[in-house]
Design a protein around this ligand. Structure first.
Ligand SMILES: [Zn+2]
Length: 327
């Protein structure tokens, strides 16, 4: 790299406590700062306009209309311009929604200033610029979203529209390091606490809690088997327990074949969509196979919409009692 002022070769030096390239000849210091961009939540009749990306990165995925701010325009002008270029919609900005950073790239560090807006010509929606498609999506129809910042913005937008399940499904997180082990008596309190996150159990009665504790005391090989997933990250965050989820499997020995019943699987809300359910599901199927079960059954109607989506994604068929073949 050469100095953009005098052309001398730049050298790495420590400036303000960081390694930066600087010029030994004229003293120029090459600061690297985030690039500012703008993104727009275009709302129309409860739906949001998204564009399908025609180029890398994330070609084929959907995103909010967004782009970089030109040097000769204001943030607001950039928001209106980018929306028009990518969707053919003319918008009126409603409010500033938030500022989101992406120090990780791609490829350079940046930040995006997001606005809510309404279109004055909603019927004009059409892919423009380098987008290959543009559509309005209802909250429950949202597709895979390309960028972390856009996912976080959408998750917050959905939260504010009282769609916590959808919000959770929208935000992608890296999987935490998880260890799975058989549940022990000291885990029972935490397991019952996690049960309150099941949709059918949000107001768990004292009787239901007592029953759950009784069943857990009887648990073990030969009866209902329970495993827990632990994360050190969560132990530090919670200050008392590392358990972020559990799975309970009952084995039904029939005259002709053994079936396994996936009785309950719960993951701490902050850790959903991060592979914890997959790790618990793996141990459930492995144990069911070891016990000679030919099928794993599940009452899918008791699961939340996002859990139902998870179960279908890992291979459970449709129907109220859903099953997966083990061999
Ligand atoms: Zn120089």
């Amino acid at each position: 790299m050469h100095c953009q002022r005098c052309g001398a070769a730049l050298q790495e030096t420590i400036v303000d406590g960081r390694a930066r390239l600087s010029c030994p000849s004229c003293g120029y210091i090459q600061y690297v700062n985030p690039v500012p961009g703008v993104g727009v939540l275009v709302e129309h009749e409860g739906k949001l306009a998204l564009i399908r990306r025609g180029h890398a990165p994330h070609k084929g995925d959907w995103a909010l209309p967004a782009g970089f701010i030109e040097a000769d325009e204001s943030v607001e002008q950039a928001a209106v311009r980018e929306t028009r270029e990518e969707t053919h919609l003319d918008v009126e900005l409603i409010e500033l929604f938030g500022v989101y950073s992406f120090p990780e790239g791609p490829p350079r560090s940046g930040l995006i200033i997001f606005y809510r807006a309404r279109p004055t010509n909603p019927a004009a929606l059409q892919a423009g610029d380098d987008a290959v498609d543009a559509r309005f999506f209802a909250p429950h129809e949202l597709p895979v979203i390309a960028f972390r910042t856009h996912r976080e913005v959408l998750a917050r937008w959905l939260q504010e529209r009282h769609e916590p399940e959808l919000a959770e499904a929208t935000v992608g997180h890296p999987p935490p390091e998880v260890t799975v082990r058989a549940a022990e008596p000291r885990d029972h309190y935490r397991i019952v606490e996690l049960m309150s996150h099941m949709p059918a159990r949000t107001r768990m009665s004292d009787i239901a809690r007592a029953r759950a504790f009784a069943r857990l005391r009887e648990s073990g090989p030969g009866a209902i088997e329970v495993w827990v997933a632990e994360s050190e990250e969560y132990r530090q965050a919670s200050g008392w327990t590392a358990i972020i989820g559990f799975v309970a499997v009952a084995h039904l020995d029939g005259l002709n074949e053994t079936r396994a019943w996936l009785d309950a699987m719960v993951v701490e809300p902050d850790y959903r969509r991060r592979g914890v359910g997959g790790a618990l599901f793996d141990i459930a199927t492995r144990r069911a196979r070891e016990r000679g079960a030919s099928q794993l059954l599940l009452d899918i109607t008791r699961a939340s919409p996002s859990a139902q989506e998870f179960y279908r994604a890992i291979g459970f068929d449709g129907g109220d009692v859903s099953r997966i073949r083990l061999r």
